[in-house]
Design a binder for this molecule. Sequence first.
Ligand SMILES: Nc1ncnc2c1ncn2[C@@H]1O[C@H](COP(=O)(O)OP(=O)(O)OP(=O)(O)O)[C@@H](O)[C@H]1O
Ligand SMILES: [Mg+2]
Length: 472
Amino acid sequence: MNRLILCPGRIILNEHQMATILIIDDEQNILVTLSRALQLENYRTEVAGGGKVGLSKLAEQPVDLVLLDVKMPDMDGLDVLEKISESHPGLPVIMMSGHATVEIAVRAVRMGAIDFLEKPLSSEKVMVTVANTLKLRQLCEENRDLKELAGLQNRMVGDSPPMRVLYDQIKIVAPSNGRVLITGENGSGKELVARAIHENSLRASNPFIKVNCAAVPRELIESELFGHEKGSFTGASQQRRGKFELADAGTLFLDEIGDMRLSMQAKLLRVLQEGEIERVGSADTIVGDVRVIAATNQDLPKAISAGRFREDLFHRLNVIPIRVPALRERREDIPALTSHFLRQACEQNNRPAKSFAPGALERLSDHDFSGNVRELKNSVERLVIMVPDDTIKPTDVDCWMKPGLRPGNTEGTESSFYNPDLTIKEMLANAERTFILQALQNRDGHVTNAAKQLGLERSHLYKKMKALGIRQ
Ligand SMILES: Nc1ncnc2c1ncn2[C@@H]1O[C@H](COP(=O)(O)OP(=O)(O)OP(=O)(O)O)[C@@H](O)[C@H]1O
Ligand SMILES: [Mg+2]
């Protein structure tokens, strides 16, 4: 079955148009009329005059949906259904019967049939049921793909001794309710660790809510965390629940906690001490059950000495400290991480599977990944996109890993952004996108440092990245 392909400005394929439907029925006239009606709606059809032929057709070719009669002389429809459920789990089967009794319908649904049509068939009803069933199947497949992708993205890779220590810590810590403070260099995997703790905890089926304390403008952070009442400040046109409330029974991940301002630190401390929150503009207290995990790449004891971070808040958050090792402390993980990112990047960028030629991986491993795993991930994605061959050679690695030769660093003349087909707004957006990507690349994906270089507020840069579709 073709997937719905959304390409702006191009033809949109209807995912149902080429679906193949197998009709199994002993009544010849049903096979003919149903098949013709479905073909008129652009479905491909296959017909079988009995259960046995139907099953062998199914074994020979891919089918997207089966319309199956209940009463047939050679084989009972429910027996055929049972065989289909065994050989093709998940294949939607719609039963058809002239003797539709509730009992048969219930049995059929229990055995995996998706719907039941009563004879004489109404062609309108058949079309609606077929279209809905195919749509449902497509959504289920997409959902499964997304889950697989999310699972792949959230999987922690690496079997080095420091990673094994980390996995043990996660396993011990996860089932408790203790607050965790995750530290580590930028791009080392702190967020992944926070997610792993949540997913291995008893809260796993409840929300994991992330707040990037560096990305939220300082005047909005209180409302972001605790919510607000309608009219509590200019722009508060609706009542809004804060992230603490949204994380109820789950985990709240306070990322980049080292960047939180002192005044907000005091408010957070009070909430952690008292276990209650108040929405901005409300005197009512809300009691919740939230596990807090915080992360930072800053040296908090140093920030405390410098008067930038409250010591009492540090102790509240640092109940269980976890340090994520830098990539240079576990270089033996580079090959496994590289092949993981290679697979992921090929899938995400619609590229055929690629591999490294002998010597290329060693060249990559020699690189000093000061931006840690994120830099390795971005480098592999760059190679996947920029190297046209299926095999990435050592020379490709040399070419695309040299800062001076990275894309965008060459010939950055003003005319390179000029495009007669674009409006000035679009050209400016392209230019802005390129400059931000370059700044991020030069700062190994570290947004705070890139913002500094560009002379922007961190939150402003985050906003721009979001608007320009730049993933961190
Ligand atoms: N062990 C790992 N296995 C697989 N992927 C990883 C691993 N560690 C990090 N990654 C990937 O690297 C990227 C950076 O990881 P993450 O965002 O968790 O780092 P971070 O320490 O939170 O970074 P920052 O300091 O910039 O906030 C993510 O895409 C993440 O999925
Ligand atoms: Mg992070």
